[in-house]
Design a protein around this ligand. Structure first.
Ligand code: FAQ
Length: 312
């Protein structure tokens, strides 16, 4: 069958809401688009462990420490589901990790900001996981089967992460004036970077049109960002914190919040590698990769030994 016929059938299947599975025919560009997005997503989960990992030894109680530890481990698990989903498209995990370590792959801009106080653990759970959920609930319905199934599992855990972050900030907000100020400071620093997580405005988004045609993404970046703002502003008000945007205002007519201008120059700089922590994050991942070389070698040697035993 000529490629154009294949492509026509493929689009018909997408339009009929049938999931695409690894052995199915798919256009090369569909495969590339998925490898790009899923690998970036996997790298984000793994690099995303670093800002919170910074606070595991300094959590204010044993109880808080165990919760944070479990959350960071969950993120590692999400990375692994996602690398596995990308591998079904014909790229190896080694290749994806090399791309990250050599600075050739992107990961979410948000993880290039520093975690300065304990309140940042609250802000990450509430805002960063909160933003991730809104994007990922949409992705549970993505057209590629393995990605969609990974998202279902991941979203369940992200909901718990969001609640634990909000609970940290709620506790601080009800605490001493210093604790409340710490919570407000965290919201002030994380609000705008959280809005940038959804990516550039639809008019500047390179991939959205094709991605939505293939139902990889099912909503635009701006729509998801608006949903996040509409949900999060009342949550901030409920715990007595103020969103750092003088232009934020409920609009009766649209039934959404109007909000101020996002600093896209800052966003572009961060994704170019010039955010406050880009170099530190990549250096930490490279060191972890080198330190783990003996574990990978031992695991491979064991697997080879088992395979020989089986063959004998
Ligand atoms: N950061 O044309 P679009 C989490 C890039 S998981 C860096 O709109 P697209 C869990 C984009 O890649 C967070 N780069 O692209 C957690 C493209 O560059 P390229 C990660 C960004 O793909 C919580 C270019 O800009 N979530 O947080 C960003 O259609 C706590 C043009 O953009 C996902 O990855 C950005 N924020 O839409 C973990 C979800 N935004 O590739 C630990 C899956 C855009 O041409 C602790 N991904 N770019 O070089 C997606 O839904 C999409 O890829 C978007 C971007 C929405 C991120």
């Amino acid at each position: 069958m000529p490629d154009s016929q294949h492509e026509k059938r493929f689009q018909e299947r997408i339009d009929a809401e049938q999931k695409v599975e690894p052995r199915d025919w798919m256009p090369d560009d569909y495969r590339k688009m998925l490898v790009r997005q899923i690998s970036q997503h996997a790298h984000s989960e793994v690099v995303g462990m670093l800002p919170e990992g910074n606070w595991i030894t300094r959590a204010p109680s044993l109880h808080r420490k165990t919760i944070l530890l479990a959350k960071v481990q969950d993120e590692a698990g999400h990375g692994l589901y996602l690398y596995s989903a990308a591998e079904t498209l014909g790229i190896s995990r080694e290749e994806m990790i090399d791309q990250l370590l050599e600075g050739r792959a992107k990961y979410s801009s948000i993880f290039n900001y520093p975690t300065l106080t304990w309140a940042d653990m609250g802000a990450i759970g509430w805002l960063v996981d909160g933003a991730a959920i809104i994007n990922q609930v949409m992705l549970t319905r993505t057209s590629y089967g393995p990605y969609s199934r990974a998202m279902v599992r991941i979203c369940k855990e992200e909901s718990f992460h969001q609640r634990q972050g909000y609970q940290i900030l709620m506790t601080l907000s009800k605490g001493t004036p210093e604790q409340k100020a710490m919570a407000q400071d965290a919201l002030d620093r994380w609000w705008w970077p959280a809005l940038m997580m959804f990516g550039p405005s639809d008019k500047d988004s390179v991939h959205s049109v094709q991605s939505m045609k293939w139902k990889i993404k099912r909503q635009g970046n701006d729509e998801l960002r608006q949903t996040f703002i509409d949900r999060t502003v009342p949550q901030a008000e409920f715990i007595g914190l103020k969103v750092p945007d003088p232009d934020l205002k409920w609009n009766e007519k649209t039934q959404h919040y109007d909000f101020g201008k996002i600093d896209w120059e800052e966003f572009r700089n961060v994704i170019k590698g010039n955010g406050p922590c880009n170099r530190e994050r990549l250096a930490a991942r490279r060191k972890a990769h080198e330190d783990g070389a003996w574990v990978r070698a031992a695991a491979l040697a064991h697997a080879e030994k088992q395979a020989k035993k089986k063959a004998a």
